[in-house]
Design a protein around this ligand. Structure first.
Ligand code: ADP
Ligand code: MG
Length: 328
């Protein structure tokens, strides 16, 4: 049995033109080869291949995050890639989950291309392979199906999250699943989902920073010639912005949203922290992991920990104005 693996990759974006215009200073130095990032004079060591800077680094980011997980996915292991960071730190850029016409690069489009390629290869070898895609968002602890037809005004309806009997894991009641066999089909679905995600929101950047988006793939590979059938899941997650509520000076609904986001990211942090502790401790088995404390961690529970592989991409901004969020 493979051991729990949790890997962290830090991604630091360059200063943006609107920041340099406002005299924001770059206080981060990246040592890509050494796996170190220095923020305001303090060096943080994440180890080999764990820190990526610069602008166009989609290929490197993919190789260090999702790529190894996809090989394992086709061997039957569940996996999750999470993009964490404050709003504007580069989560969507890194994951490539804007799905707009201009920019279709990043971790997710590359992962999709590899999944489809592997499926085709298996099929050409005469083995069966089924790839099924779903897409949802978690907003204020509610799950919304992004691939389901819905009223344009109201936006997607909330679905119930249920515990399957006999330890069958957590399921989302009625979640749409679409079988996919080409990159184009997945891109079309994700564009549809992204558009739907925005319908109920007045400002799309605002909304996308307040909900977690989860794009999932279920992969089934048929058995044969001494191999048994495998079934596994990959979740690719663009998390809500991690900025602390105090800093945003939000009030009313916005404040409530902020509190919910911080709470759910805090719960996710607890789960990952616990998994890392179990990973480095002697007694790997039987340790309690608090999955049940939030909708997000419940949904991801079968793909974080156990034999699953997790990659957390911590996106950070290099500017002096963001130091406290960056360190957080
Ligand atoms: P988030 O999703 O975390 O809120 P975005 O991905 O939308 O942040 O990034 C904010 C802005 O920074 C966007 O204009 C994006 O194009 C730019 N950006 C992010 N990462 C990079 C990068 N590595 N290189 C160049 N520009 C980047
Ligand atoms: Mg974003």
């Amino acid at each position: 049995m493979a051991e729990t693996t949790v890997k962290v990759v830090v991604r630091c974006r360059p200063l943006l033109p609107h920041e340099t215009d406002k005299d924001v200073k770059n206080v981060s130095t990246i040592d890509e080869d050494g796996g170190r990032i220095t923020i305001s004079g303090r060096t943080h060591d994440y180890g080999n291949e764990s820190v990526v800077g610069g602008g166009d680094r989609h290929a490197i980011m993919y190789d260090r995050t999702a790529k190894p997980l996809i090989a394992q996915l086709f061997d039957g292991y569940n996996a999750t890639v999470l993009a964490y960071g404050q709003t504007g730190s580069g989560k969507t850029h890194t994951m490539g989950t804007a799905f707009d016409e201009a920019e279709v690069d990043g971790v997710v489009p590359r992962a999709v291309a590899e999944i489809i390629e592997r499926r085709q290869k298996l099929i050409s070898e005469g083995r069966g392979c089924l790839v099924v895609c779903s897409m949802c968002e978690v907003y204020q602890e509610e799950v919304r199906d992004l691939l389901m037809e819905c009223d344009e005004e109201e936006g997607p309806k909330a679905l119930a999250v249920r515990e399957a009997p006999n330890g069958g894991g957590v399921t989302i009641a009625g979640l749409s699943e679409r079988e996919v066999s080409s990159i184009e089909a997945v891109v079309a679905l994700t564009r549809e989902g992204t558009r739907r995600r925005m319908t109920a929101a007045t400002n799309m950047n605002e909304h996308s920073s307040r909900s977690h988006m989860i794009l999932s793939f279920r992969v089934e590979v048929a058995g044969g010639e001494g191999r048994s059938k495998t079934s596994s899941k990959l979740h690719l997650v663009d998390l809500a912005g991690s900025e602390r509520v105090k800093r945003t000076q939000a009030e009313g609904t916005r404040l409530q949203e902020g509190i919910e986001i911080n709470k759910s990211l805090f719960m996710l942090g607890n789960v990952i922290q616990r998994l890392v502790e179990l990973q480095s401790s002697e007694k790997r088995k039987g340790g309690h992991v608090p999955y049940r404390d939030s909708t997000l961690t419940r949904l991801l529970s079968d793909s974080l920990g156990g034999t699953a592989h997790t990659c957390m991409v911590a996106c950070v901004s290099p500017g002096d104005v963001d130091v406290s969020e960056t360190l957080n």
